[in-house]
Design a protein around this ligand. Sequence first.
Ligand code: IVH
Length: 669
Amino acid sequence: MDQVQVQAQMQQLAAALHAHNRAYYVLNDPQISDYEFDTLLKSLEALEKQYPNLIDPNSPTQRVGGDLTKKFETKKHRFPMLSLSNSYSQEEIIEWAERCQKTLQEASEFVCELKYDGVAIGMHYQNGSLQQALTRGDGEQGEDVTTNVRTIRTVPLVLQQDYPSDFEIRGEIFMSQQNFEALNLQRQAQGEPLFANPRNTASGTLKLLDSKEVAKRGLDCFLYGVHGLKSAANGHYESVLMAQKWGFKVPDPALRMIEKTNSIDGIMDFIHYWDTHRANLPFDIDGVVIKVNSFAQQAALGLTAKSPRWAIAYKFKTQQVETLLQSVTFQVGRTGAITPVANLKPVQLGGTTVKRASLHNADQIQKLDLCQHDTVQVEKGGEIIPKIVGVNLSQRKSSNRISFIDCCPECHTPLVRQDGEAQHYCPNELGCRPQVTGKLLHFISRKALNIDGLGEETVELMYAKRLIKNPLDLYFLTFDQLLSLDRMAEKSANNLLQSIAASKEVPFERVLFGLGIRFVGETVAKKLAQAFEHIAALEAAHFDDLLAVDEIGEKIAQSIVSYFSDPTNRAFIAGLKAVGLQFEAIQKTLNSNVLDGKICVISGTFDTFSRDELKELIELNGGKLASSVSAKTHYLIAGANMGPAKLQKATDLGVTLLSENDFVKMISQ
Ligand code: IVH
């Protein structure tokens, strides 16, 4: 094939992928399976690897994020990025609408839409291809964050249908509440400070230098304005809906996310609807925006210095109440981080009862200048955990300042706070109860060693009874010891022992994650397992060796070095290795012959293993994996949600069904 042919093939693949991406992310109507999509993507990646000179910067493969940007360049906006005048008063909205109509001296249509709580972005498209994405900056010039914006799946890199050849489109980049919560859970697991709310997270994410990290965090984008259309549309509403056809994610009229009205009552109805329904949205809004629809009328109304006269934002009031601070307690996390928590007199706020609020760290307490029994203002914005935003000084009853503790509330070890860190830590990792039980719970969690049948209470109880003081002890528990625990019957004791035994098959990367090394989350563990393949190599790695691994920065590298320099940790790992946990990336030698010559089929979803891991286990025990059930199949390993047709066929053919547990039992015999 010559280069021209290759290029044509690459363009074809890219076009198909762009269309499927849009069907999946924008229309919520996927046309092909994830697997088929990945196969197409991989073919394109392979061609791009072979012909790097033919890579299009807007290729769908570039979504994953690429090179590090050194810094963001400042660039001038083609049209200034104005802001909106806003108001918290419904009367002022009515006055604004009446003023528009008076100035225009004719009837006008209004478009009501949501005020997304994120970061503004201005994007330039030429000949259907994304050229540049700038932040608002000072309105005249913004930062070029194109590399990061390219990773956002709802931003089309190339357009469809009859798009204008050159235009600018503006919108809001945001993070859904779900992605925000998932990100914070992950950060919590890694002992990293939590983000305050989705908006700050979106804005911080957009300015990250590593676009791979941006890609992972899952930003999203709604469009709210098209500029530079000569005659394509008469009004704003039509232009937004046209942008949908070109491939953009725009608000859905069927869900009332955008609405055209010609009356002030219509505007008020929209405001009232979203004031009560905004809690149901999967993303945050901080108000609604009302715009005059007709472009001609917009031009007639004109601009003030900063904002257009043809638009206004109605902002919802942040819900705030006052209540009494009853006490401040200090919680110790798995990593030893100390979090101060304000215990409040229960109060209703935004539909829920608030009893507690996080105070984050010592600086926060100092900033609020908090005293005992203060009356505090509690606010619930985008964030899930309410926060204390101020103190009502006129109600102050005591001048006893709340001070941060010097010693761990659990084990009384003096706390440490490293230079530049906001958080205090209890350094007694191995003897401080919540740290020990927290590490145990992390070790047994689903994504780590996945040991079933041990809840938080049982772990606490076993720790209190000195049956376990670290994860290694789990592997020496006896049936009789378990039976001695309250509420542990024979059956559950057996299941637990079974599950502990099965954890010896869990792959290296998850064992590594389970160790609970600070800043080593799931992804980092995976990268480390791939790069070092064997625990001995990782133990011996120097700071620079670690830095050389993709996604490992100085903070993580330092944490790993310090973990392995501790002889207690090395002894702990040696113990885990001795009981049979996996500390090598891939085992190429056979584990057993129990599946010798047996054909297995897997179906459904599994708790402990991915499909790849199952395949590997089947092969390591002498078996073969087939893709569909036939007369030759010996075992059907059945997970949750297995297809009914497969089940029927297996039953008809007399194939032996194995549950995930049966399978584990079989191979660990
Ligand atoms: S229109 C000239 N529409 O609110 C008008 N802005 O100060 C330009 N925003 O940061 C903005 N949702 O990013 C418009 N539906 C919406 C919006 C919206 C959120 C943001 C915008 C800017 C701020 C306006």
